[in-house]
Design a protein around this ligand. Sequence first.
Ligand SMILES: *Cc1c(COP(=O)(O)O)cnc(C)c1O
Length: 369
Amino acid sequence: MPRFAERVYNFSPGPAVLPLPVLEKVQKELLNYRECGASILEISHRSKDFLPILDETQQLFRQLTQLPDNYRLLFFSGGAQMQFSAVPLNLLSRSASNRASYAVTGKWGELALEEGKSYGSAEEWVHGRENRYNRIPTVYAEDLKQLNGSAYLHLTSNNTLYGTQWNHFPQTSEVPLVIDATSDILSREVDFSQFGLVYASLQKNLGPAGLTLVVVREDLLGCHLPQTPKLLQYQAIDSQNSLNNTINVFAVYVMRYVLEWYQEQGGVAAIEQQNRQKAKLLYDYLDESDFFLTNVNLPDRSLVNVIFNLPTTELLQQFLRECDEVGLLALKGHREVGGVRASLYNALPLAAVERLVEKMWDFERKALT
Ligand SMILES: *Cc1c(COP(=O)(O)O)cnc(C)c1O
């Protein structure tokens, strides 16, 4: 592994790149947070210094998403995968037969469905398994009818491993739509009023690892199954403003600065525009190249995880090695998918993608001569 004297371009799928100004602020304040005489790492989650941070983080998220007032913002430990359990535990009882529906469009959806089956009759609704999850399935009126009587429909908005993304969410009317948005939250403009619940662990687009944000419509609180652990009950966490136990103070603190930085960038609309520009640069190159190839179905291509491959394993290995050497980090595809995965989350600058495309061009030319 090469070492670097300076920060380089980081395409990590998660934990992922954070905005440099945020890291600098954290560094500057780390020893003595705003003259409170101690580090943010050393103060109470109930202190006068921390409570406004929690409050501002929630306010900023509401502003950035134009979140309707009837949604609550909760924080949970345990990562996004803890919500694979929390969602069925809290919502299954809405269906007389404890039935829930899952759109399975990748690995995370598979795992969410498996966990749902532990608590009730979680069923696969539509899936995109053909051709190794390279597309988002088409939803027909028949499919929507099948949802009748379901407690919720669970869906992964962006498939981090396979590089596909839902562009339009199914119109589920009465059935709450539950979204795992871990890899694309705040990466594009989305109307939150179409969702019953949205969750995302912080480490891809919101901050460091260690917490999961849950955005839930008020009417979905309070129907958890009796065996639900206290710290997974949405209503209990809401009633204590996520301070039931010691919250990850540092993660919330960093998230506030990340959201502030998003606001300074011009909000989610401006961030989406930047993300589209980054993704277009890379996809345009892939579309022109006969050397670097992607088989992700065109209308379903992810804005934030771009998946592609090279003609042979040897070339792939060499490409990844050379990228590492020049400071284009963490481009190796997920072990179940292989190839290259470039994660272009919000904090990754356009210059990183320009540099990557330059490297691809250079590598392709050398390989073909
Ligand atoms: C990364 C990821 C997860 C896993 O998150 P953890 O916080 O590690 O549990 C789940 N879902 C999606 C869509 C992801 O991208």
